[in-house]
Ligand binder design. Structure first.
Ligand SMILES: Cc1ncc(COP(=O)(O)O)c(C=O)c1O
Length: 444
C-alpha cells in the first residue's frame, strides 16, 4: 500500500502529471483554472512546476485572511493536538461554543444562536428548514440569477438554468423575483434606478405563490450573478415586503461575509437586520465550515432532533474561524476598504478606456468587470450583448502572460472577478489591473 502511494506521488511531480491523474479520477464538473497548486502564501500561489501566480480569486472568495495566514494555521495546529472530532452536537466543546459566542457578538442585530455545518450549501438548506419550522409556512422566494448552492434544495433557490440542466426536479414551492441588476434592468437601465424592482416581489408573491411564505432568500451582493450590488433602499424594501407577508429575510452571506465587502458582513452596508444569516467560504480562511445564525426566538423553533451534521462545528475548523475573525478585525477589513476604494476608481477608468468594458461594480474587494460586444443589443435591450468568450480569453491571457489568477463568472459568464485575499497590497492590486489592461489591449 505505502509502496503504491509513494510510487504514484513520484509520478505527480509536474503540473502535467497532476492534471493528467486529476482528469482520470476526479469527476469532470468544472473547467479548472489550470494552475495545480503546490503551496500558497498571502496572495501567491505556487504550482507544481514552481511557477508563481498572483491570486486575485482566493479559491472563489475564501482565503480572506491570506493563504497560509500564520495565526489561523497556528490555531488549527494547536487544536489538532488537542482533539479533532467529538461531534459538537454530542460533545459541546470550547472552540464551537467560543465561535458561536463571537459570531453572536460580531453579526448585526439580534442574531444570537448558530448552527455549524461544512459548506455554504448546507447552511442555506438548514436556514430554510429553520424558517419553515419557525413560521410554520412552506414556500420560499429567491432571486432570478441568484446562487445558493447545488444540493436539490439550494439548487431550487438558485435562479440559473445552467446549474440545473439535467437535475430536475428540485425542491417545490420556490418562486423567483427580479434581481437588482441595474445594468440590464429594462425598468430603469441602472442610471435612474429608484430600487422599485424591489416592489416586483409583491407581484411574484401575488402571482406565483399561495402566500404561505417561510422566507425570502437573497445575497446582499449577488456573487455568481456577476457581482451585482443592489441600489440604496432595495434590501430594506425587500425585508419590509417579506415581513408584511409573514416571511423571514434570509441574508445569504456565504460569499459576502467575513470582510469581503469592506464590512464584516455586507448586510451592514444596508439598513437591515437579517432574520437569519448564512455564512461559509471566508469564515475559517479555507478550512471547511458553514453556519447559519438566527435570533434566539427564531433559533429556538428547532427542537432536539430537528437538524444535525456529524462533522458540523468541527473543532479544528472552529479554532481556525476564531483566529480568522480576530485577524480580519485586526486591520484586514480596514485594508479591504482602503484597497477597495483605489480599485473602484481604477476599474471605473476602464469603462472609459475600453468599449468592451460595459460596467464595473462592487464593494470592498468584491468587484466585477462586465465584458460586452460593443454596438450589439443584449438581453433586455438596455446594454450590449455579454461577451463570455472574451472573458474566458482574458482570464487565460492573465494567467499565461501576467501570472495573475482571476475568476470569471456572472449569469452570462462574462464578468471578470476581482476577489483577492483581503490582505492584498496596492502593488499587487496594481499588477492585477495592469495585467487586465494588457490582456484587453492584446485581445479586445
Ligand atoms: C451566495 C452563496 N451561497 C451558497 C453557496 C454555496 O456554498 P458552497 O459551495 O460552500 O456549498 C455559494 C457558493 O458560491 C454562494 O456564493
Amino acid at each position: 500500500m505505502s509502496e503504491h502511494r509513494s510510487g504514484s506521488s513520484a509520478d505527480r511531480e509536474s503540473n502535467a502529471s497532476v492534471v493528467s491523474t486529476y482528469d482520470d479520477h476526479v469527476m469532470p464538473i468544472w473547467k479548472s483554472l489550470n494552475v495545480p497548486v503546490k503551496r500558497a502564501s498571502g496572495c501567491t500561489l505556487e504550482d507544481v512546476d514552481g511557477n508563481e501566480y498572483l491570486d486575485v480569486f482566493s479559491g472563489i472568495s475564501v482565503t480572506n485572511a491570506g493563504h497560509g495566514n500564520e495565526a489561523v494555521v497556528d490555531a488549527a495546529k494547536e487544536q489538532l493536538d488537542e482533539f479533532v472530532h467529538g461531534c459538537s452536537y454530542v460533545h459541546p466543546n470550547e472552540p464551537v461554543a467560543d465561535l458561536a459566542e463571537l459570531i453572536a457578538d460580531v453579526t448585526p442585530g439580534e442574531l444570537q444562536k448558530s448552527f455549524f455545518c461544512n459548506s455554504g450549501t448546507e447552511a442555506v438548506e438548514g436556514a430554510i428548514k429553520l424558517a419553515r419550522k419557525y413560521t410554520g409556512s412552506k414556500e420560499v422566494i429567491a432571486l432570478e440569477m441568484g446562487f445558493h448552492g447545488r444540493t436539490l434544495g439550494s439548487l431550487a433557490l438558485t435562479g440559473n438554468k445552467s446549474y440545473k440542466q439535467g437535475m430536475a426536479p428540485t425542491l417545490n414551492d420556490v418562486a423567483h423575483a427580479t434581481p437588482p441588476y441595474g445594468y440590464r434592468c429594462p425598468r430603469c437601465d441602472g442610471d435612474r434606478c429608484d430600487a422599485s424592482c424591489a416592489d416586483e416581489l409583491e407581484r411574484v408573491i401575488g402571482s406565483h405563490t399561495s402566500g404561505d411564505l417561510a422566507a425570502v432568500v437573497v445575497e446582499p451582493v449577488m456573487g455568481e450573478a456577476g457581482i451585482v450590488v443592489p441600489p440604496t433602499g432595495w434590501l430594506e424594501r425587500v425585508q419590509e415586503i417579506a415581513h408584511d407577508h409573514g416571511a423571514l429575510l434570509i441574508a445569504d452571506e456565504v460569499q459576502t461575509g467575513y470582510g469581503r465587502t469592506g464590512e464584516l458582513f455586507a448586510s451592514e452596508h444596508f439598513d437591515v437586520e437579517p432574520d437569519i444569516m448564512t455564512q461559509a467560504k471566508g469564515i475559517a480562511n479555507g478550512l471547511p465550515l458553514g453556519a447559519f445564525t438566527a435570533s434566539a426566538e427564531i433559533a429556538d423553533a428547532f427542537e432536539s432532533g430537528d437538524h444535525l451534521s456529524t462533522f458540523g462545528g468541527n473543532p479544528v475548523a472552529c479554532a481556525a474561524a476564531l483566529a480568522t475573525i480576530d485577524e480580519l478585525q485586526d486591520g484586514i477589513v480596514d485594508n479591504t476598504r482602503e484597497q477597495g476604494e483605489w480599485l473602484e476608481s481604477e476599474l471605473a477608468a476602464l469603462e472609459d478606456e475600453y468599449a468592451v468594458v460595459g460596467q464595473t461594480r462592487g464593494l470592498g474587494l468584491m468587484w466585477g468587470v462586465e465584458l460586452v460586444e460593443p454596438g450589439t443589443t443584449g438581453p433586455q435591450n438596455v446594454a450590449p450583448r455579454p461577451d463570455a468568450e472574451l472573458a474566458s480569453a482574458v482570464a487565460d491571457h492573465l494567467r499565461d502572460e501576467s501570472s495573475v489568477v482571476m475568476g470569471v463568472g456572472g449569469y452570462y459568464k462574462n464578468v471578470m472577478r476581482f476577489q483577492p485575499p483581503l490582505t492584498i497590497s496596492r502593488d499587487q492590486l496594481e499588477r492585477a489591473v495592469d495585467g487586465l489592461r494588457t490582456a484587453l489591449d492584446a485581445i479586445a
